[in-house]
Design a protein around this ligand. Structure first.
Ligand code: GLU
Length: 486
């Protein structure tokens, strides 16, 4: 662990408006890595105050995904914790209480302006070409006026009272010092007329009440941060440390998108990527560990992660690199684990009873994604149509002509193998090579073609014979002979 300081507390605060976006997952990952690398706590909070944008079931997908990839949160909606509830819609009373607290401190006020008044203000601003913002009409209402309106049941919102003078600034760990003139900020609504808080307000109140020390989030929130800092100041609270991270882009000017199927974590799982490779890859999108090492397990990421490695510029998503990394993860697995992970895909490609462990072993070095498996095995259940041209192999000096007399000898050599195991098949074929006085390949190449109808297969003729079993092997060799004699 690095450092001995106050307990770091980071959080991931998604709005459940869609499935787990890759950018969101990377934000969660950084927040997790930073907390864990500093012996701190990682919190999950669901920001669901914008009820209209909710998509049912997406909070559950967030819990499931974080857990699946190993970003285990110490506190959160489904695991509880000392600062709960961790779902904003269950904290409505807290926001009202805090909005009222801010009114007492002079940093917020009741606003009774209705739609008509607001529209009128907008038109006036438009006509005089000044940029529009709320004109503080209600900031100076007397306590009597306010009490009267409240008792009459007039609809209202609560607005933040931003001074028209002065500046607000904060130091972002990635983007540096940011200064903003207060005059450019509006008296934003903090509590809506339906009693729900706005995102900016709930976010600040919760980060404070949940003891968040470091806010790690996408840089699209950089522009809201000055308003957050003013809220902290209004409450007399110390703001947290801000760490904004660059976006992940598909190309320099295009975002990852749902339509291209590259926006969501689940899309990549469906495409056969391993969760470990995805995590490793997204960690490197916008953060560089320095040095050559590129393969990192989650504990290694915890150890290596540091804010100073985060870049300001957008990270460009490179699918080739993810493919490569994924292949590396597949190859690094031990045979048993690879077999277990590959099994559903092998079963999708092969319906007949066969040695799936052997198939897995043959595939391990040949694929970058598990979804490539069924396509690699398409010749096992049914021999595809193939042309005898396939027998032509320059190096082996074989072609259909030269193979024709060899095929029946291959069949008889294999007929005599009673114990259908690799060594026995190998021995029988080598005896044949010896007897024919030819190269190994002049027997093994035609065998592979006859058994698979393909020039490229996982494993060679012997392995395919094992996978197919004796009967099917002999049937296919006889069929090849017939075809060559036609
Ligand atoms: N609820 C915000 C979102 O959906 C979170 C912003 C933050 O992390 O402060 O991205």
């Amino acid at each position: 662990m690095k450092g001995d300081h106050m307990q770091y507390r980071t959080r991931f605060a998604p709005s459940p408006t869609g499935y787990m976006h890759l950018g969101g997952l990377r934000t969660a990952l950084y927040a997790y890595l930073y907390a864990k690398g500093n012996n701190g706590a990682f919190i999950l909070r669901i920001e669901d105050t914008d009820q209209e944008r909710q998509v049912e079931g997406t909070a559950e997908v967030i819990y499931k995904t974080l857990t699946e990839v190993g970003l285990i949160y110490d506190e959160g909606p489904d695991v509880g914790g000392p600062c709960g509830p961790y779902v904003q819609s269950e904290r409505i009373g807290i926001y009202r209480e805090h909005a009222e607290m801010l009114i007492k401190r002079g940093h917020a006020y009741y606003c009774f302006c209705g739609k008509e008044e607001l529209d009128e203000q907008r038109l006036i601003h438009q006509a005089s070409r000044v940029s529009h913002k709320y004109n503080k009409h209600c900031v100076n209402l007397s306590p009597e006026e306010i009490t009267k309106k409240l008792s009459e049941g007039t609809s209202y919102v609560i607005r933040q009272n931003v001074s028209e003078e002065g500046k607000v600034f904060f130091n972002d760990c990635v983007y540096g010092r940011i200064d903003v003139d207060n005059s450019t900020l509006e008296d934003q609504i903090i509590l809506k007329s339906d009693g729900f808080p706005t995102y900016n307000f709930a976010n600040v109140v919760d980060d404070r009440l949940m003891g968040v020390t470091h806010v790690i989030r996408g840089n699209e929130f950089l522009s809201s941060t000055p308003k957050h800092v003013l809220l902290y100041e209004g409450f007399g609270w110390e703001p947290p440390v801000y760490i904004h991270v660059p976006p992940i882009m598909r190309t320099a000017d295009k975002k990852l998108s749902k339509r291209d199927g590259d926006a969501y974590y689940g899309d990549f799982i469906t495409k056969g990527y391993l969760k470990e490779a995805i995590i490793n890859y997204i960690a490197l999108l916008g953060w560089s560990p320095g040095g050559e090492k590129e393969l990192f397990s989650l504990p290694e990421l915890v150890e290596a992660f540091d804010i100073s490695g985060i870049s300001k510029s957008p990270a460009i998503f490179d699918i080739k690199k993810l493919d490569w990394l994924n292949g590396e993860y597949l190859r690094a697995m031990d045979d048993a684990e690879f077999h277990a992970r590959a099994l559903p895909y092998i079963k999708e490609g092969v319906k007949r009873e066969t040695d799936t462990a052997l198939i897995a072993k043959l595939l391990k070095d040949r694929i970058e994604r598990l979804t490539e498996i069924p396509g690699q095995l398409d010749f096992i259940d049914t021999l595809p149509e193939y042309s005898s041209e396939l027998y032509t192999h320059k190096k082996m000096k074989t072609d259909a002509e030269s193979v024709r007399p060899v095929m029946p000898s291959i069949a008889s050599a294999l007929e005599n193998v009673s114990d259908w195991r690799q060594e026995a098949i190998h021995e029988a074929l080598m005896a044949l090579v010896e007897c024919l006085g030819c190269k190994n390949g002049q027997v093994l190449w035609p065998l592979r073609v006859a058994l698979s109808g393909k020039a490229q297969t996982p494993g060679g003729g012997i392995e395919i014979a094992l996978i197919l079993g004796k009967e099917e092997t002999l049937t296919r060799i006889r069929r090849a002979s017939d075809k060559l004699n036609r």
